[in-house]
Design a protein around this ligand. Structure first.
Ligand code: NAP
Length: 683
């Protein structure tokens, strides 16, 4: 009997028994090597207890994962990244069977693992070492300040199922897993059948690593439909795939009736546009051609971000077509295991047949063939014996024929479309009805500014490429973990990654209205107006003793004219507001000569500092510094310093303490406000 790919459910591996498969509603699906056609295994989820999958995630998974702080989750992601990075050789071997060359697999495998490292950093640098994340500042809701509001983000009490497309079996899984894990939400992975074996290999190592809490990850190889019956308000579906499947899933009962969150990353007819300034012979012309060819050949064009529409000035259409074809001709086609291969097969015979049908449909809809197409693809398939599609360049007979803007041929295919002026370029770019990415290759900043501002509402990401950023640019097709991936309209309307933004999708934002003391307790960050604890100097306390709200109220210090002049001459800051009474008085903001803002901050440090060696290790910055009331010679200053947020680091013997600093004058008017950032020893 052919091997059946296993699933990882409720903490154990499940391989369907022959009796399960015989009784299953859907037959097991065979998966073949894309290059050789050899049968690899079959995929079926028969016999999986989907109620147990949901229960395991929502009880064990939620409990174990949400015991950890954001920082602890971040540390696990970093270790997990290191663990997987040591095992990439095996993933690359499997990846060849999906038709992917070594160069292309690098984006999927090492690129996917890279997102774990990025999200480890997001969790540890942009989030507190806590289970509650604060979103924005405090809103004053009442006259006397006893009633305030603030948004907090907490982990949702459900699971997130990720349903992935076949083309990025590793990256697609990990770029979703990382933000879900940081958010504290257990994950069920449903890979696309054709490449599920590669996802399975990585998930198996994730489990084997022993780094993940129980219930944090499960894997369903095969049909996942029965799980939808167990999803409700706190759960999420994160889908990547075709627009048709996205539409179907968005109508599921759990989404429409029970409020399951649904995110879609669907297909899109991305464009790259050659600027009017970038004629043949210019650096930008060559960059443009290189970009189009790379996007056609990498992963055999099976990328959601690939350039389907190559939009060029009418005058350069012929030159662009010739240059693209010349470059394509130089790309080695064949076995993905061969180092010289630049264009491997597509993932399966079914995919090949879908791509060739889509090419024929575009041709019938109003385009002509410049290179590639069905005949050439048949010749390649006969020569190499796998699911090969020839790199195919089409040209639209008319820029506005629907076919080139509507039909996605998910393979090494692009259509050249011409424009006459900026207005038409904008309308053609937007004709994709919403895309993941668009790129414009131009060195004309005036054109780029007008064009980008007009097309931005239709795109999730825009690359502006020219001679200045080309060398370091990551190219048209690469989504980056710190920037959002997703797009409006046809692209599905979802957003993924984008640093912290990606984590927030799996958390609940709640507006808390309460007294300042309550808000300090709930949010874990001291809020203005809540109680301060005066006592021992807080700089004498290590992290283990220091508490949010521990505070110091300084003595008074007078600011004299001598101080101001001394500071001015010492620093060289002799700005007239400090040195020239008449000019200062003429300024609408000052009553006459005033103290430097930096003098105030310096005096404040002198007032609050505790000079002896102690647990405070360094002052690494100030944030949100605002000067409010000008300080005239003869005024006195006092500072109140309050421990606002305490963030012990998981992997160091110290942590960050953020202090609220408020400076007032002798009339108790606010003079300056800011946060002082320090590093403090744990003990
Ligand atoms: P697909 O046919 O829509 O399948 C995507 C995923 O959905 C697969 O895991 C598939 O599982 C699953 N699926 C299909 N029908 C389902 C159903 N009724 N219930 C639950 N799951 C279902 O897309 P694909 O062929 O794998 O991928 C190619 C498409 O994805 C292209 O159109 C491409 O543009 C798009 N894509 C978009 C992005 C993006 O980020 N926006 C990224 C990559 C790809 P099975 O494989 O088991 O059928």
């Amino acid at each position: 009997m052919t091997d059946i790919l296993s699933s990882y459910v409720a903490g154990a591996w499940h391989t369907p028994a022959a009796s399960d498969i015989a009784e299953a509603a859907a037959p097991a699906r065979p998966v073949r090597d894309a290059g050789t056609g050899e049968l690899l295994h079959e995929v079926s989820s028969s016999g999986v207890d989907f109620a147990a999958v949901a229960d395991h995630a929502k009880t064990t998974g939620v409990t174990e994962l949400q015991k950890l702080t954001f920082h602890q989750r971040g540390v696990i992601l970093k270790k997990l990244g290191g663990y997987l990075m040591e095992r990439t050789k095996g993933y690359h071997e499997i990846s060849f069977t999906t038709g992917t060359t070594k160069r292309d697999a690098f984006v999927d495998i090492e690129g996917g693992i890279g997102t774990l490292f990025t999200y480890s950093g997001v969790a540890r640098r942009q989030m507190p070492n806590s289970t509650v994340h604060l979103d924005g500042g405090v809103e004053r809701l009442s006259k006397n300040g006893t009633f305030v509001g603030r948004h907090i983000l907490t982990s949702r009490q459900g699971l997130a199922i990720q349903i992935n497309a076949f083309n990025f079996p590793v990256w697609g899984m990990l770029e979703k897993f990382a933000p879900m894990f940081v958010a504290g939400v257990p994950v069920v992975v449903k890979p696309a059948t054709d490449t599920a074996h590669l996802t399975r290999a990585v998930v198996a190592d994730m489990v084997e690593s022993g780094l993940l809490p129980d219930g944090a990850i499960q894997l369903i190889s095969g049909d996942v439909t029965p799980l939808f019956d167990h999803l409700a308000e706190q759960d999420a579906i994160a889908f990547t795939g075709s627009a048709a499947t996205a539409r179907r899933l968005s109508g599921l009962d759990c989404v429409t009736e029970r409020g399951t969150r649904f995110f879609a990353e669907a297909d899109s007819l991305n464009f790259s546009l050659l600027g009017p300034d970038a004629g043949p012979g210019s650096q930008e012309f060559d960059l443009f051609v290189d970009g189009v060819v790379a996007e056609m050949t990498v992963k055999a064009g099976q990328k959601c971000t690939a350039i389907r529409r190559t939009i060029v000035p009418q005058a350069h259409a012929e030159a662009v077509g010739e240059a693209i074809i010349a470059k394509l001709t130089a790309q080695g086609v064949g076995d993905p295991r061969e180092k010289s291969t630049r264009l491997g097969p597509v993932v399966s015979d079914k995919q090949r047949s879908d791509v060739l049908d889509a090419i024929d449909e575009i041709l019938a809809g109003g385009a002509h063939l410049l290179a590639g197409g069905r005949e050439e693809s048949d010749r390649l398939a006969a020569e190499h014996g796998g699911a090969y599609v020839a790199a195919t360049v089409l040209q639209a007979d008319d820029a506005w024929v629907d076919a080139v803007h509507d039909i996605e041929a998910f393979g090494p295919v692009t259509s050249i479309i011409t424009y006459t002026d900026t207005e038409e370029a904008v309308r053609l770019a937007a004709r994709g009805r919403g895309s993941l990415v668009g790129s414009v290759v131009t060195h004309d900043s005036e054109f780029a500014t007008e064009f980008v501002r007009k097309i931005a509402p239709w795109h999730g990401r825009i690359l502006v490429l020219d001679r200045d950023d080309a060398e370091e640019s990551t190219g048209h097709g690469s989504p980056l973990p710190n920037l959002i991936h997703g797009g409006p309209g046809r692209a599905g309307g979802g957003e993924e990654m984008g640093g912290l933004r990606g984590v927030e999708h799996f958390m609940q934002r709640t507006a808390i209205q309460a007294s300042p003391d309550m808000l300090t307790a709930i949010g874990g960050e001291w809020v203005n107006g809540s109680e301060r604890h005066l006592g021992d100097h807080p700089f004498t306390k290590s992290l283990s003793d220091l508490r949010v709200g521990d505070a110091l109220e300084s003595d008074w210090r007078e600011v004299t004219l001598d101080d101001i002049e001394h500071f001015a001459n010492f620093t060289g800051d002799t700005f007239y507001a400090h040195m020239n009474e008449e000019a200062a008085a003429a300024n609408p903001f000052f009553p006459g000569r005033v103290a430097h803002g930096y003098l105030i901050v310096s005096f404040a440090a002198g007032l609050f500092v505790q000079p002896d060696p102690g647990p405070v290790l360094a002052n690494y910055g100030l944030e949100g510094l605002t000067f409010i009331t000008p300080v005239s010679p003869g005024d006195s200053l006092k500072v109140t310093l309050t421990a606002k947020r305490i963030t012990p680091r998981e992997t160091d013997e110290y942590g960050e303490v953020r202090w609220d600093a408020q400076v007032v004058n002798q009339r108790h008017e606010p003079v300056a406000k800011y946060d002082v950032l320090t590093l403090v020893a744990k003990s």
